[in-house]
Design a protein around this ligand. Structure first.
Ligand code: GDD
Ligand code: MN
Length: 387
């Protein structure tokens, strides 16, 4: 690792801080040192600090950041345990600095640090409140050909974003932007912090009309590692809209979990009715035993269906990937849900014994089981112990 110039470092601590660059990271170890070098070059003459907000990456990103910070105090680390999520990482990083202006950018070299001085100038001049690096503004380009949804969705996304924020933006989903820290702090308690639509969240939350400067960027190909955010732009928008309007009444994640759970009910009923139909023709045993078997099988199939859908949508920001993590997650989801499953089958079976019709009995079992499932799985599968 190259040590920065001593005169540069002395100057950096002697002058009041001008700019903080917040860099959320998850498994970006190999990208940090070169990124700090690029920041150092791009920000010559500006008193800056960089804050890596790392969610306990298994690849040791936070250790790498601490190593860099040992020799360069402009670099700081916010190491979060038991948390995941780009938006909350960005918010907490921006709240952890004394710099009057804060920027958020990706740590994987897709965002060019050379744009920072121009963005800072737009804000310090007093002409603008927010500067956004845009992949779709006049003069921008993108090397990321593997993600056509981002380009295609942009027109629809723009229309919705304009409605929500009242600002005309070519790239409302950009993860590269800058604003005055006090603008953020004034409304930070009202931000949702869910998902990765942090810029949109800020623009929709802050009541005062914000003057936004768009800077065209060349969205580079990722340098090392892989993308963690593959939920589509349109889906992210729908979630964002829901979160802004109804999220305070029924929390967004619970609403998603519940919607997917309702789809799970359909799967459950289909499996159960198929089983009862087939078993009715082949088995001639005790009717209640058949029902109990069918209810159990249907619950396991629905559980698996719910696990994969929740992983892809409800917890996309904390999504488990790779065969090993998915298997572990599925097992954990199964174990946490087995408490719910016991209650589910037990309640349903008891109701049937008391003479209830099979389908309402199944539904009562499902409702009781799913409250357990949400409470336990959000904590143990995708939450504190889920990393
Ligand atoms: N702390 C933390 N926690 N950081 C995260 C997390 C997380 O859960 N998930 C991703 N990051 C970090 C990554 O390590 C990277 O530095 C940055 O956030 C962006 O993540 P990528 O995984 O590289 O995102 P992308 O390239 O697919 O998405 C880009 O385009 C989106 C718009 O479509 C980013 O620029 C997003 O910010 C942007 O919204
Ligand atoms: Mn990226």
């Amino acid at each position: 690792m190259s040590h920065p110039d001593l005169a540069v470092l002395a100057d950096a601590v002697a002058r009041p801080l001008e700019l903080a660059i917040v860099l959320p990271t998850f498994n970006e170890r190999g990208n940090l040192a070169t990124l700090v070098e690029r920041l150092d070059k791009a920000l010559a003459g500006i008193a800056w600090e960089a804050i890596f907000v790392d969610d306990n990456s298994p690849d040791g990103t936070s250790d790498e950041a601490r190593k860099i910070s040992q020799n360069d105090r402009r670099v700081r680390v916010l190491h979060r345990i038991g948390r995941r999520g780009l938006a909350s990482a960005a918010i907490e990083g921006m709240m952890a600095t004394a710099a009057p202006v804060v920027a958020v950018m990706d740590a994987d070299h897709q965002h060019d640090p050379a744009l920072l001085p121009g963005m800072l100038e737009a804000i310090t001049s007093g002409e603008y409140d927010v500067a956004v690096a845009s992949r779709f503004a006049e003069g921008a380009s993108t090397e990321e050909w593997g993600r056509p949804d981002r380009v295609k969705a942009s027109n629809l996304a723009n229309a919705i974003a304009r409605k929500v924020t009242g600002v005309e933006l070519s790239d409302p989903m950009s993860g590269y932007f800058m604003l005055r820290a006090e603008t953020l702090r004034a409304d930070a308690h009202r931000l949702s912090g869910v998902g990765f639509k942090i810029l949109l969240d800020i623009l929709a939350t802050v009541d005062q009309p914000l003057r936004v400067k768009e800077v065209p960027m060349n969205f580079a190909a990722r340098s090392e590692g892989e993308s963690k955010l593959d939920r589509t732009v349109v889906f992210e928008f729908l979630v964002g809209l829901y979160d802004k309007w109804l999220g305070r009444i029924i929390p967004t994640r619970f609403a998603l979990f519940g919607t997917i759970g309702a789809m799970g009910v359909v799967v459950h009923m289909a499996v159960l009715s198929a089983f009862l139909t087939m078993a009715g023709q082949t088995l001639h045993g005790n009717v209640v035993t058949e029902f109990e078997l069918g209810q159990t099988l249907a619950a396991v199939v629905a559980m698996t269906f719910n696990f994969f859908l929740n992983n892809a949508l409800t917890y996309a920001d904390k999504r488990l990937t790779g065969f090993a993590a998915l298997t572990r997650g599925w097992i954990k989801f199964g174990v946490t849900c087995s408490v719910g499953l016991l209650a589910n089958v037990g309640v349903a079976a008891v109701l049937v014994r008391f003479g209830f019709h099979e389908y309402p009995a199944a539904l009562a079992g499902i409702v009781i089981g799913s409250v357990w499932n949400f409470a336990l799985s959000s904590k143990f599968v995708w939450g504190r112990y889920g990393n």
